[in-house]
Ligand binder design. Structure first.
Ligand code: ATP
Length: 487
C-alpha cells in the first residue's frame, strides 16, 4: 500500500478525499468549520512549544489531538480554551476571530484530567453551581441539572457526596458540569487518564455515546493511541509542536505518513529498504512484490510491516524469510513473538498460533501488507560557522574539520554528515557538543536516534548501542566526516 511522502513541516499533511467531512489542515470552501486554528505558534520564553499549527475542525466532529508527552497538545487545547495566548497566529470560531476573547466568553467548556469538583457540595450542587452563580431561576436550574444527569448516566445520584463516588462517576459529574451550559465545543484534556483500565474502557464507550447524543464538537487530548483510535472521527498526530498527520483512525493506522506516526500508532516493524522499481522493494536481503509505485528507481525508502500482517509458520523450503523465535508472550488473544531472521533482522510478529522460543520458522509477507514510505532524510545538514581553517562551530560546540583552504574564518557554512558518522558518548565524556536522545526508532538491525542538541537542533544517528529516551549524550563526529559547504 502506498504511503504519501512525509510532510513533517510541509503544508500538506493530509491525504484525504475532499468530500469527507472531517478536520483538515487546509481549508476548503466548506463553511461548516466551527474552529479554525490559523498558523498558531507558541513560545514559552526561549522554548518553542507549537510551530505553525493550522487545523480546521468541522461542526459536530470528534477530533483527538494525539502525541507523546511534551508535544504541545495541552498547550494547543489551552489556546483554544483561551487560557493561553498564541505567540503568533489566530483562533477563529464560526468565522470570527476569538484569539483575544477571554475563556468565560467563549461558547466552549473544558473537562480536565483532575475533576476539580467542590468536595463540600453534593452531585446536584456541583452541577448546578455555575447556573446558581448566574442567578438563573430554580425551576430552570432543576430542569437542566436533571437533563445532564441523564446524559452522563447519573440519574438518582444527585444527593450523593462527590467524595463517595468512584473516579469514573466523579468524571461524569465534571462532564455534566461542563455541558450544562450547552457549549458548542467541549474540550477534554486527558479526561480518563486518572481512571483504571476497566473504568477507562467503559467511559470511552459512554463518551462516544454522549458525543452522539449531544451533537456538539468534541476536541479531545490524549497520549493514548488506543483511546484515540477508539473514540475519534479524526486524529491529529503531533510531535515536537508540529502536526505530523491528520486523518481518520483507519488512515492513520494503515497509511502512516512517516516513521514517527507508524511507530507511535500501534506496533510496527520499520525497516530500511530500496524501491528497486514500481511494485518491487528490497529489504531484509529479499526482493518483495508490493503494490507501491511512483518512486525513483532504487530510491531508499522506509518499509512498515504491522506485526499482525506477517505470516509465521513452521520452517519450509519455499518461504521468503527464515528465522528463529527468540521471545514469545501471550497477550490475551494473540501471541506476540520476536523472530530473528537468518540474516540478523529482528521482527515482532503477532499470531493466534504459538511458536516456541528456539523454534525454526518461516515468514511470508503479502504485497498489500507492505507499506512503503519516502525517506524523510538521507543525512544530517546543520547550519554552522567556520571558526578557523580546521574548526567549525555547530550544535552548540566546536568540531574539528579537515583544513578549509577556500573559506574564510567567520563565514556561515552548511555542514553535512552521515547518520553513521556520529558517535554518541556518555554526557560526562568528551564530546564536541552535548544533547539528549529525544526519539528512538528501531529498524530491525540498528537504532535510528533523534538527538536534540543542547542548542536545540535535531541530528539523526544510526547506532547499534542501546540508549534510552531522555539519555544525555556527548556528540562526537570524526573530522573527515564533517563536509563543509558555503551556506
Ligand atoms: P503532557 O501530556 O505531558 O501534558 P503535552 O503534549 O500536553 O504533554 P504541553 O503540556 O502542551 O505538552 O507542554 C509542551 C511543552 O511546553 C512542555 O515542554 C512543557 O514543559 C512546556 N510548557 C507548557 N506550559 C508551560 C508554561 N506555562 N511555561 C513554560 N513551559 C511550558
Amino acid at each position: 500500500m502506498s504511503l504519501s511522502p512525509k510532510p513533517i513541516s510541509g503544508e500538506d499533511c493530509t491525504r484525504r478525499a475532499p468530500d469527507i467531512p472531517l478536520a483538515d489542515k487546509r481549508k476548503s470552501n466548506d463553511k461548516a468549520y466551527i474552529i479554525e486554528i490559523d498558523h498558531v505558534s507558541k513560545w514559552f520564553g526561549e522554548k518553542q512549544v507549537l510551530d505553525d499549527v493550522s487545523l480546521f475542525i468541522r461542526k459536530g466532529e470528534f477530533v483527538t489531538i494525539l502525541g507523546p508527552s511534551g508535544c504541545g497538545k495541552t498547550t494547543l487545547l489551552r489556546i483554544l480554551a483561551g487560557f493561553n495566548m498564541p505567540t503568533d497566529g489566530r483562533v477563529l470560531m464560526n468565522g470570527s476571530d476569538i484569539t483575544d476573547v477571554p475563556p468565560f466568553e467563549r461558547p466552549m467548556n473544558t473537562v480536565f484530567q483532575r475533576y476539580a469538583l467542590f468536595p463540600h457540595l453534593n452531585v446536584y450542587e456541583n452541577i448546578a453551581f455555575g447556573l446558581k452563580l448566574k442567578k438563573e431561576d430554580e425551576d430552570s436550574i432543576d430542569r437542566q441539572v436533571r437533563r445532564v444527569l441523564k446524559i452522563v448516566g447519573l440519574t438518582d445520584y444527585e444527593e450523593r457526596d462527590v467524595d463517595s463516588l468512584s473516579g469514573g462517576q466523579q468524571q461524569r459529574v465534571a462532564i455534566a458540569r461542563a455541558i450544562i451550559n450547552r457549549p458548542q465545543v467541549l474540550l477534554l484534556d486527558e479526561p480518563l487518564a486518572a481512571l483504571d483500565l476497566k473504568m477507562r474502557k467503559d467511559m470511552q464507550m459512554e463518551l462516544k455515546q454522549m458525543h452522539k447524543d449531544l451533537g456538539i464538537t468534541f476536541i479531545y487530548v490524549t497520549h493514548d493511541q488506543e483511546e484515540a483510535l477508539t473514540l475519534s472521527d479524526t486524529i491529529v498526530v503531533m510531535n515536537k509542536g508540529r502536526i505530523q498527520q491528520i486523518g481518520r483512525p483507519t488512515d492513520i493506522y494503515n497509511e502512516p505518513v512517516n516513521p514517527f506516526v507508524a511507530d507511535f500508532i500501534g506496533d510496527s516493524n520499520i525497516l530500511n529498504g530500496i524501491m528497486v522499481e514500481d511494485h518491487k522493494v528490497l529489504f531484509m536481503y529479499h526482493e518483495f512484490e508490493c503494490v507501491d509505485e511512483g518512486f525513483q528507481p532504487n530510491e531508499h525508502v522506509d518499509v512498515v510491516l504491522r506485526p499482525e500482517d506477517i505470516y509465521i509458520m513452521a520452517r519450509n523450503a519455499n518461504a521468503m524469510i527464515n528465522g528463529k523465535v527468540s521471545a514469545c508472550i501471550f497477550k490475551g488473544v494473540h501471541y506476540e513473538m520476536t523472530v530473528v531472521t537468518d540474516r540478523g533482522y529482528e521482527l515482532i510478529i503477532q499470531d493466534y498460533n504459538m511458536f516456541e522460543v528456539g523454534q525454526e520458522v518461516s515468514l511470508i509477507i503479502k504485497p498489500s501488507d507492505i507499506h512503503v514510505m519516502h525517506r524523510e532524510r538521507f543525512s544530517n545538514t546543520v547550519k554552522a560557522v567556520l571558526k578557523d581553517s580546521t574548526h567549525v562551530e555547530m550544535l552548540g560546540g566546536i568540531f574539528e574539520c579537515e583544513p578549509q583552504e577556500d573559506i574564510e574564518a567567520g563565514t556561515d557554512v552548511t555542514v553535512n554528515f552521515g547518520f553513521d558518522d556520529v558517535e554518541l558518548m556518555d554526557y560526562s565524556d568528551e564530546g564536541a557538543a552535548t544533547g539528549t536522545v529525544s526519539f528512538i526508532l528501531y529498524k530491525g538491525n540498528h537504532y535510528h536516534l533523534t538527538v536534540t542538541s543542547d542548542s536545540g537542533e535535531d541530528i539523526f544517528v544510526n547506532t547499534s548501542e542501546v540508549w534510552d529516551d531522555g539519555d544525555m549524550v556527548g556528540i562526537k563526529i570524526l573530522p573527515q566526516a564533517v563536509k563543509i559547504s558555503k551556506a
